[in-house]
Ligand binder design. Structure first.
Ligand code: NAP
Length: 273
């Protein structure tokens, strides 16, 4: 059980979507959120939101998590001005949403830089202090696409498979190194934050588009309960079992569920008005 009261919780990609709502959830449970995002201007409304809804003064720092040096500079600032985080949530993420041959090389590199490599820079910046006091929590927001490949997600799904592998390997490493430093990997299906605007679910009862408030609340609960894995909705938990099927049969099951046409109308975030 991770009691977040009085604890410092650092969240990357905290200006919008799940990061912003998770900050509200954790603040309402007594934590002090520290939000990182690309620029301070975008963080201001999120900090104001946390203050208005919980009365907690969260802190915000501009940090591009793909920039290793910037991560270490921002981590130093956090340690000096707020303290060592007890909870680190690797949440920042991006998606290209196009077929491999339509995805520019720069977009592929960006996907891996944000969704995969940044996990290493951010976690390595804060893990030593957690290991030293044998207490802490590292959350990796992966995706259901970390458990299954999806058409138009060759970069995104691969980057999230890597995120799942990162979490699992770190979890077992920490088991002997610092058993009270725990990890949680989060693997949700699509969420209504706008990041996957335009996606469709063929069977919304089985595979609903998740509500962002609900996902943020479930992540906060998973942190409090030291859950090692949060997979949403429940049907997605059966994916690993279906892996016993031959790949062609597995693919047909995913086709029947509509998974590989789910991105056909993807637009992603609307440009700001
Ligand atoms: N939405 C879904 O359907 C869904 C489903 C499964 C998993 N997830 C995962 O959940 C996490 C949160 O997604 P979300 O839906 O809340 O997305 P979101 O609304 O787009 O929020 C992501 C935040 O991360 C920020 N960010 C992007 N690149 C960054 C960087 N290099 N450094 C620092 N911050 C950066 C974004 O800033 P900008 O807006 O300026 O880019 C944005 O504020 C992601 O890891 C995503 O892959 C989302």
């Amino acid at each position: 059980m991770t009691d977040v009261r009085g604890r410092i919780a650092l969240i990357t990609g905290g200006a919008a979507g799940i990061g912003r709502l998770l900050a509200v959830e954790l603040a309402s449970r007594g934590a002090t959120p520290v939000l990182w995002d690309l620029d301070e201007e975008r963080l201001e409304p999120a900090l104001a939101d946390v203050r208005a809804r919980t009365g907690v003064t969260a802190r915000g720092f501009a940090c591009d998590v793909t920039d290793r040096e910037a991560v270490h500079r921002a981590a130093e600032l956090v340690r000096a001005e707020v303290g060592d985080p007890d909870v680190v949530v690797n949440n920042a993420g991006v998606v290209s949403g196009s077929r491999l041959l339509d995805t520019p090389d720069t977009a592929i590199e960006r996907t891996f830089a944000v969704n995969t490599l940044a996990l290493y820079w951010v976690t390595k910046a804060f893990l030593p202090a957690m290991v030293a006091r044998n207490r802490g929590h590292v959350v990796t927001v992966a995706s259901a696409a970390g458990l299954v490949g999806v058409a138009r997600q060759t970069d995104y799904a691969a980057s999230k498979h890597a995120a799942v592998g990162f979490d699992e390997s770190l979890r077992v490493e920490l088991h002997t190194l610092a058993p009270r430093v725990v990890t949680t990997v989060v693997c949700p299906y699509y969420i209504d934050t706008g990041m996957f605007e335009g996606v469709r679910s063929r069977f919304p009862r089985l595979l609903p588009i998740l509500h962002q408030d609900d996902v943020a609340r479930r992540i906060a609960l998973a942190i409090e309960r030291d859950r090692r894995q949060l997979v949403l909705p429940p049907l997605v938990r059966f994916l690993p079992l279906l892996r016993v099927l031959p790949p062609t049969v597995f693919d047909r099951v995913m086709d029947v569920l509509g998974v590989n046409v789910s991105m056909d109308h993807f637009t992603g975030h609307k440009p700001p008005a």
